[in-house]
Structure formats: C-alpha cells, structure tokens
Ligand binder design. Structure first.
Ligand SMILES: [Zn+2]
Length: 263
C-alpha cells in the first residue's frame, strides 16, 4: 500500500477495462454469427453465404491483355480490345477479381462503410489470384490514396486494406507514401467519362518523400472498384512522371461490358 492511489487506480481501471473488453469481445464473437455481407443471412465462418457466393462473377480469360475486360468469345492469345487500341491508358495492364454487380458492390460497401475489415483478406486473396502475373513482375504495391479529409472521416483507406491483404499473399511491400491525393475530388458516381477525367486531373502527386520508392520501380496500383478507369489512370500518370519503370493496376471489382475486338 505504498503507492499513492492516484497513480495505481487509473492503471487498475485501465487493466479492468481491457479485461472486460477482451472477455466481452470474445463472448460477442461466440454469440453472434457473422452475417453474409450481401443478403445478411447468418453464415458459418466469414464471407458470403453459399447462395451469394454462387452468384459472384469471377473474371478469367479470355480477356483483353491490356485492360483485362472479358471477351464474349476467345479471339486468340494476345488480342487487345478496341478500347485498348483506340484509347490506351497510362498504365500497362489492368486485372480485376470480379465483375462489379450486386454481390461485389455489397462486399465493397461492407468493407468501406460497414467496418467489415475481416472481409479484406478474402477479397485480397481473390485479387492476388487474378493479378498473379502482375504481382510476379512487380517490386511493390501502391494503394490509391484518399484525400486526407475523406481519410479522416472514414478512418481508414479501403484500398490500403486490400493492398495489405495482397501483400500478405504476395510478400510484396506496400508503399503507402508513394502517392498523395492533393485535390479533394468529388465522388465519380454519376459523372460522364470526360467529367471523370477532369475530376481527377492533377489530383494525384508523388510527394518528395515517395520519390525513392517510385523511381525505377515496377508498381502495382491497388483499388477497390474501377468504373471508367480515370482514377487509376491519373495515379499511373503521376507515378510514371516520377520515373516508375512500369505501372499495372489490380482492382477488386470492375464495371465490365464485354469487350469488342476489331475482328
Ligand atoms: Zn448471402
């Protein structure tokens, strides 16, 4: 009883609070089954229920080797889509795990706004599989950054969460300092293609502290959803201007109308 109560009490309270939290947290894990992020049905383990899982649309070949957009028929190896030829992006190749639809939208939404960070490892695994060729040829992962104001409001960057999950699979380092969103862009939803491009114009920059991790490196940009590709194109431009040797893009879900070929 030599120590003054004023010093020991807060420590004891803190320890007690930690214990309560640990016990209560464990009890919650036991008591509450996880819910399917898409239909809210209780599921065993984590992730989607079997019905929603079967509705997921994974993207596989044949697709445009450049943009990764699926073809409706197989035009033969190495064929590019008309979009890739007519309007080539700044990045080299893009790959996505799944098509953006009702189910994948629910997964992204739960990760982003629903505090379902437990979904990131599963989503990252699918992305690692879809992007295995890109990852095998890369030096590092770069998550598409949020503007600091949005990061502050949301508390975490969903793209950084996905990059961390891909890093666990691929052992590639994540370089979060490589890119900065210097302009608070408005949400891309509802904008036309040219409005999207204008919205991200000058929005991304490689800060001085990121230059060393970019110059001469082969990078894979990581993002949750690709719609027009304007965001990742803006990011790729900034990275290439700063001397990146190559920039590929790995996305969780992409909006994908079937690609057309010139034949
Ligand atoms: Zn479900």
């Amino acid at each position: 009883m030599t120590s003054p109560a004023g010093i020991t009490l807060p420590v004891q309270i803190k320890r007690a609070a930690d214990t309560v939290r640990a016990v209560f947290g464990a009890a919650l894990d036991l008591a509450l089954p996880q819910l399917c992020p898409a239909c809210r049905a209780p599921v065993e383990g984590r992730g989607l229920c079997p019905a929603c899982w079967s509705k997921l649309s994974f993207i596989s070949r044949p697709y445009c080797e450049r943009l990764g957009i699926p073809f409706v028929y197989d035009p033969g190896p190495g064929i590019l889509s008309m979009e890739a030829i007519a309007d080539p992006p700044a990045y080299h190749r893009a790959r996505a795990a799944v098509r953006f639809d009702e189910i994948s939208r629910a997964l992204v939404h739960c990760l982003k706004y629903g505090d379902r960070l437990d979904l990131a490892p599963m989503m990252g695994q699918w992305m690692s599989h879809a992007g295995r060729e890109l990852l095998a040829a890369a030096d590092a992962l770069v998550p598409v950054p949020l503007h600091w104001r949005r990061l502050w409001a949301r508390r975490f960057n969903q793209s950084a969460m996905l990059a961390a999950a891909i890093s666990a699979e691929s052992r590639l380092p994540v370089v979060a300092t490589a890119l900065k969103r210097v302009k608070p862009t408005v949400q891309q939803v509802g904008l036309s293609r040219s409005e999207r491009a204008a919205n991200v114009q000058g929005a991304f920059r490689v800060p001085p502290e990121g230059r060393g991790a970019v110059a001469g490196r082969r990078l894979v940009l990581v993002d949750d959803v690709l719609t027009s590709g304007a965001t990742v194109d803006g990011c790729a431009r900034a990275l290439l201007r700063a001397g990146a040797a190559n920039v590929d893009v790995l996305i969780f879900a992409r909006v994908a109308e079937p690609a057309r070929t010139s034949i």
